[in-house]
Design a protein around this ligand. Structure first.
Ligand SMILES: *Cc1c(COP(=O)(O)O)cnc(C)c1O
Length: 197
């Protein structure tokens, strides 16, 4: 509700790290067939991104391209645009950078993602439970058409127990892109990452 999407789909995860992995994994899977699948997919992230993206590149086989920051420590849009090519599956914007609390220009990133026909993952692990309550909230969530997924950690500003994280997708279709068949269980498929479910 606070992220402006009644159709949201997602789950509580083992942390923001898992949430970021799943956000990028869904984007990569949904972009199959739309890129040159014989080459490595890539994502464009800000230099200020959390080190979980280091693991994501390694685990998912996605090339991580890092765009530099402007003088206010937000990602430089011109550089993001110059790093996008025909094998880019997603952009990443940070809503509340871990070290400085800065918010990337998500409105513009959303427009860019729509224009290029790619996904936009917003890492709001840190800021997602603060920004909606500000006097004039900065738009960073599903009210922006280009936002595909959001990481939002109860254990950061939600005062919940470490390591609880959260991954939210624009709609259920993204969960379908994560599913594997689970023949011996009561449900036929599962979309989570750690453990059986
Ligand atoms: C803390 C943090 C993460 C990782 O979350 P964990 O729950 O520690 O795995 C990811 N992104 C941002 C912006 C963070 O601040």
């Amino acid at each position: 509700e606070i992220l402006h999407n009644p159709k949201v789909a997602g789950y509580i995860s083992s942390g923001g790290t898992e949430a970021n992995i799943q956000g990028i994994r869904a984007a990569r899977n949904l972009m199959r067939g739309k890129i040159d699948d014989s080459r490595k997919p890539n994502i464009v992230i800000p230099k200020s991104a959390h080190f979980s993206f280091e693991k994501i590149g390694d685990i998912l086989g996605v090339e991580i391209r890092r765009a530099s920051l402007d003088e206010e420590y937000r990602v430089d849009l011109a550089e993001v645009e110059s790093l996008i090519d025909s094998n880019t599956v997603a952009l990443v914007g940070i809503a509340g950078t871990t070290e400085l609390g800065q918010i990337d220009p998500i409105v513009e990133l959303s427009e860019l993602a729509l224009e290029k026909g790619i996904e936009l993952h917003v890492d709001a692990a840190f800021g997602g439970l603060v920004i909606p309550f500000m006097e004039s909230p900065y738009p960073f969530d599903f009210q922006l058409e280009g936002v595909s997924s959001i990481t939002i950690d109860p254990h950061k500003m939600g005062m919940a127990t470490i390591p609880s994280g959260g991954i939210l997708f624009k709609d259920e279709g993204y969960l379908r892109a994560l599913e594997v068949e689970t023949p011996y269980l009561t449900t036929r498929t599962q979309y989570t990452l750690t453990g059986t479910r």
